[in-house]
Design a protein around this ligand. Sequence first.
Ligand code: ZLM
Ligand code: CA
Ligand code: ZN
Length: 408
Amino acid sequence: ENGITRPKGHKVTYHYNSTVEDMHFGKTHPMKPWRLTLAKHLILGYGLQHTMDTHEAVAAGKDQVSRFHDPHYVEFLSQVSPTTFDELCRDPRFAKAIPPKHPGDNVDLGPYNLSTSPGADCPVFADMSTYLFLYTGATLAAARQLVSDTSDIAINWSGGLHHAHKAEASGFCYINDIVLAILEMLKRWPRVLYIDIDVHHGDGVEEAFQREPRVMTLSFHRYGTYDESQPGHKFFPGTGDVSDRGLRGTIGEHFALNVPIGAGIDDRQYGGLFEAIVGRAFEAYKPSAIVLQCGADSLGGDRLGQFNLNIKQHGECIAFVKALGVPLLLLGGGGYTARNVARAWCHETALATDNTLPPNIPMDLIPEPRAFQGHGNGNGQLYPAFPPNKHINECKDDQLEMMVKKLD
Ligand code: ZLM
Ligand code: CA
Ligand code: ZN
């Protein structure tokens, strides 16, 4: 009755778990799983659940996670909590994973870059194991859905945690669900293209497949000096220069692409880069399936990001990839201004199901509108005008053009 319909000709599945949404990394930690509740409530408010099959995720098994991660690390993650952490640190099996302390470190790091200090990027928090194995379970279920042809587009907004390494947590990421999903997809398909529009470099995924020509990784990200007052301090994680093209001297060389970008890039510049590069990569590589990490920290007004994209352009990236017509796994990732993350991922769920949403949020349809009113200036608009990030626009058109040529 509100014009929301099922897509014709393709099927979408939505993978979620409410337990994941209730987790807390710590009071002021930028990663807020409740942004997923905001997104879900917007999606339900518009009635998009009727346009796709929804699947409640079950936890991934340790054996599944060990297909990429070190089994000791997986064991540690399966047992860790604020109460077991100290005891696990004394366990000789994990002792060698504790990094040496550098003078000036302001947080104590335990094994695998985990820490109970509140200021850590990868804190140990209550029910953390449950959280980790559930978001991973959701991504694996989504990947299996594509592999078995029971879905054409599978969505898990709680996944996309691209920084996790084989035996190390990094940048709010503990289990690399993306790598595990791609491994699942390689059981059926010869080539998988991974595209990453999170504002940070997708280093964990790139590293995992740096010797693997069956996976092409392509990340767009902020790269370079973080701000003028701190010369030498690089935007996290500091990798992903244009010259970084996969491991030299292996058959994986040339199957990684990186698009390092200055602060303040706008919609027109980003859209031009994205369509030129993704279009050429698709033509040349001919992937059988695509995994798209849709990190929403590339939006303007993000608490950590430095780009100035509007939801419209962020969504156009998703629409462009969808139009390529191969099985597609849509994952979340970063995104630190929660109300904008919810707006973006709701809009992108609508795009996946061929729906167009009205610009005003129908507040009466949202199960708990209080959730929107309570956080920030919820102005009832799905596509608000962003406060641009304060950064000077470092992006010059001629430099961006040069990059497209360099990548050719
Ligand atoms: N310090 N609290 C993106 C991952 C970005 C490394 C500098 C820790 C923060 C940040 C943590 C509560 C994705 C770095 C930062 C402070 C060494 C990063 C806890 C604020 C807080 O208030 C905070 C006390 C914390 C962390 C800011 N960390 C901002 N940027 C990055 C990691 C993840 O979006 O790509 C995918 C989900 N880390 O810059 C430091 C160098 C640790
Ligand atoms: Ca990226
Ligand atoms: Zn990010």
